[in-house]
Design a protein around this ligand. Structure first.
Ligand code: SAM
Length: 235
């Protein structure tokens, strides 16, 4: 998998060298390239923004540097196997199912907006050639798309085969559990007693059936409490 980031802050992506993602890069499972969008500017100030058409506060990212960056990185020919992720608070909520889909693709280009966002024509131009995903990290506004791109990257890359040593650990996680994608049950490790708080007896019973039932019940209870929207009618 090859990941490209178009951003005015390429340093944000230095953290990709840390932890599991770093290991995935070292192992050759993932290749990452962070590009400074200002490389495709031609004026003395390396300008990437301009005032909004129609007036109003703030600045908008100009289309020209994006177009030239696309030309250099992707060419101009249509190719739906290339995925372009545009983080934006007006995008569809980014969920685990989308991370699973993206973990199977060969090429993702992240377009990180700043200011009031990117000129709409950049996204329309990309959508006419490649597969565009406008994704929101949540119902709040960040200063830029870099943190969102990193979050999407981490959720996607950990699902790439070979990145996580034991793939079974991916099946029993929040949003992957059961058919409904329940939240994960609480987890514990040793010591069995810590500061007056004990691990639930059932987990130390060695009885696999009872443990599985307890975990399922805890998942359902937690999901009902925090994310009732995830539950099917029978739960
Ligand atoms: N004017 C935009 C709006 O109201 O929808 C917000 C622009 S925001 C200050 C600048 C950039 O941050 C966006 O272009 C996007 O890349 C990123 N961003 C902000 N909030 C985000 C979110 N919830 N999810 C994904 N990206 C976000």
């Amino acid at each position: 998998m090859r990941l490209d980031y178009l951003t005015i802050f390429p340093e944000y992506f230095d953290v990709l060298e840390i932890s599991l993602l770093g290991k995935a890069i070292t192992q050759g499972l993932v290749e990452v390239h962070a590009h400074d969008l200002r490389r495709w500017t031609h004026d003395r100030h390396r300008t990437v923004d301009d005032t909004p058409c129609g007036g109003g506060a703030g600045m908008v990212m100009k289309p020209d540097p994006w177009g030239e960056a696309f030309d250099e990185l992707l060419g101009t020919a249509p190719d739906p196997s290339i995925h372009v992720v545009v983080p934006t608070p007006s995008g569809v909520p980014f969920v685990q199912a989308e991370a699973e889909d993206l973990s199977g693709v060969e090429r993702i280009v992240f377009c990180c907006g700043r200011y009031e966002g990117i000129d709409r024509r950049v996204i329309d131009y990309a959508a006419a050639r490649w597969t565009v995903h406008e994704l929101s990290l949540g119902d709040y506004v960040l200063n830029g798309g870099e943190v969102a791109a990193l979050a999407v990257t981490e959720a996607v890359v950990r699902l790439v085969p070979g990145v996580i040593g034991n793939p079974e650990s991916l099946a029993e996680e929040s949003y992957s559990m059961g058919e409904e994608g329940l939240l994960e049950y609480p987890v514990y490790t040793r010591p069995v007693s810590w500061r007056g708080l004990d691990v639930p007896d059932v987990l130390m019973s060695g009885h696999h059936g009872r443990i599985a039932r307890w975990r399922h019940d805890e998942s359902v209870a937690l999901t009902r409490l925090r994310r009732p929207d995830l539950l099917g009618p029978e739960e």
